[in-house]
Design a protein around this ligand. Structure first.
Ligand code: PA5
Length: 471
């Protein structure tokens, strides 16, 4: 059900020349690219209709899998203490961000009762041996379920984690028990996971073929880990559906997904080749990480759609309000005019914390007594957007009335649409990642994977490094 009270808002006042005389965006600049905007709008619709933008249908077409995930999670939760995600990039950042946003900030530290019977959640998104070893020091793998998430089913990092942990698990509990502690999330046909799951009978959830890694948070990639820690995934999808309605508006001035991209596009043309994502809420800290990936990996491309070299992109920077007011904000207010700063604010936090009226004789702190930390964080966010505006810096604010499943669903969908639209404006393919693939291939080659002999030869033949430059 549509809940407009919980609708996200995008405030772009301080992007515009009305407030930033010298550095702001003029309506004229939007008008100048109207043909480009219209073309991008048409392409968005065309691609949606022809099925090459399937992430847009996820709020509507997953009833069956959502029911399956919920009953799987409810059945599994009593058997296990820990749910460990093995994945990387688009197969890890969403689960981390959503868990941090919605659950208790120290969720894993709570008792099982406080977690309403749901397991602790860990996401192993790196292959640092110390991280895996440290996790093994604190979990009992007999009471742990491993969710291996990989769209391609071949990513070396994730496959190596599977090989290590599956072996340990089988050694400890035997194949029969292990079978019920391993679940795959992967493509229906491609890759190793689907083959292994058929061979060994591991439970699997399918990622729709046309939804790529970083656009997959609203598929079982994100829905299963979320449901496993008690998050209401139906509400997340309902939030995404509301944002979808908003992002269907033809008038771009009331379409938050399109407007976000248009402003970033014009700002980028004016030299803002960086974008700071700065939520004023610890719960949203990892949404900035998730955003950094979708923005960086999607729109940063060597070639445009015409095959010309463009080396395009806008560097995302993660920041946290108010923490980074005491480090990075100096750069943002007085450094080069090369950034757009996106602030996120929360209207209603889950808790209200009053600052007691003590030290009433010390004027320099007494003024805070009787107020709340909620007011303080809000005021500091407004103060920062004001200071940025006064310094002529383009900034905009996304407001979440509350942080919950419904608003997080909106936020994820907003950035997905904005990213896809930005790709259209920039005329690059927002859905591939040749730069990432190159690194993956080089790894396979150096590890002697059959089929990568030429790549290995190329790498081994590279110019030797000079000792003179190592000090
Ligand atoms: O967005 C992407 O495509 C990538 O970041 C992938 O998610 C990441 O490389 C992991 O790939 P996979 O899910 O195939 O293991």
């Amino acid at each position: 059900m549509r809940n407009n009270d919980l609708r996200l808002k995008l405030d772009f006042n301080y992007m515009m020349e009305d407030f930033l005389e010298e550095h702001g965006i003029k309506h004229q600049q939007v008008n100048e690219i109207l043909h480009k905007i219209e073309h991008a709008q048409k392409n968005m619709e065309l691609k949606r209709n022809e099925g090459s933008m399937d992430f847009r249908d996820l709020p509507y077409n997953q009833d069956e899998v959502v029911a399956e995930i919920i009953s799987f999670a409810e059945a599994a939760k009593d058997r296990i203490e820990n749910f460990v995600v093995l994945g990387i990039g688009g197969s890890a950042l969403g689960p981390i961000a959503v868990q941090q946003a919605i659950n208790h900030l120290y969720y894993n530290e709570l008792s099982k009762e406080q977690r309403k019977g749901y397991p602790k959640l860990y996401v192993l998104d790196n292959i640092d041996p110390e991280k895996i070893a440290s996790l093994l020091d604190i979990i009992d793998i007999e009471k742990t379920m491993f969710n291996v998430i990989s769209k391609s089913g071949s990513t070396a990092e994730t496959m190596s984690q599977l090989m290590i942990l599956e072996t340990m698990l089988i050694e400890k509990v035997g194949q029969d028990v292990a079978k019920d502690l391993i679940v795959f999330t992967t493509d229906k046909e491609k890759g190793n996971l689907i083959k292994i799951s058929k061979e060994k009978g591991y439970k699997k959830f399918i990622i729709p073929a046309s939804v790529g890694g970083r656009f997959s948070q609203l598929t079982p990639v994100g829905l299963l880990p979320a449901a496993m820690c008690g998050i209401d995934i139906k509400q997340m999808l309902a939030g995404a559906a509301l944002m979808d309605e908003m992002c269907k508006e033809q008038d771009v001035y009331i379409n938050p997904g399109y407007m976000y991209a248009i402003l970033q596009y014009i700002a980028m043309k004016k030299g803002a080749n960086m974008c700071v994502m700065m939520p004023y809420a610890d719960s949203l800290k990892y949404m900035a990480d998730w955003y950094a990936q979708i923005w960086a990996e999607s729109i940063s491309k060597k070639y445009n759609n015409q095959g010309e070299i463009v080396n395009a992109g806008q560097t995302p920077i993660k920041a946290l309000g108010v923490t980074d007011q005491h480090s990075q904000v100096q750069l943002y207010t007085e450094g080069p005019f090369d950034k757009v700063i996106v602030l996120m604010q929360v209207e209603e936090f889950k808790h209200t914390l009053e600052i007691p009226k003590i030290y009433e004789k010390i004027d320099s702190i007494a003024f805070m007594g009787g107020h709340t930390q909620n007011e303080l964080i809000r005021v500091e966010q407004i103060a920062t957007e004001y200071a940025l505006m006064k310094a002529g810096r383009m900034n905009m604010t996304i407001t979440l009335p509350k942080v919950n499943e419904y608003t997080i669903g909106q936020l994820i969908y907003l950035f997905e649409v904005a990213t896809a639209f930005m790709g259209e404006l920039m005329e690059v393919n927002a859905f591939d990642q040749p730069g990432v693939e190159e690194g993956k291939n080089a790894t396979y080659a150096m590890f002697n994977e059959p089929g990568y002999e030429d790549k290995r030869e190329e790498i081994m033949g590279r110019a030797a490094k000079k000792e003179d430059y190592v000090i």
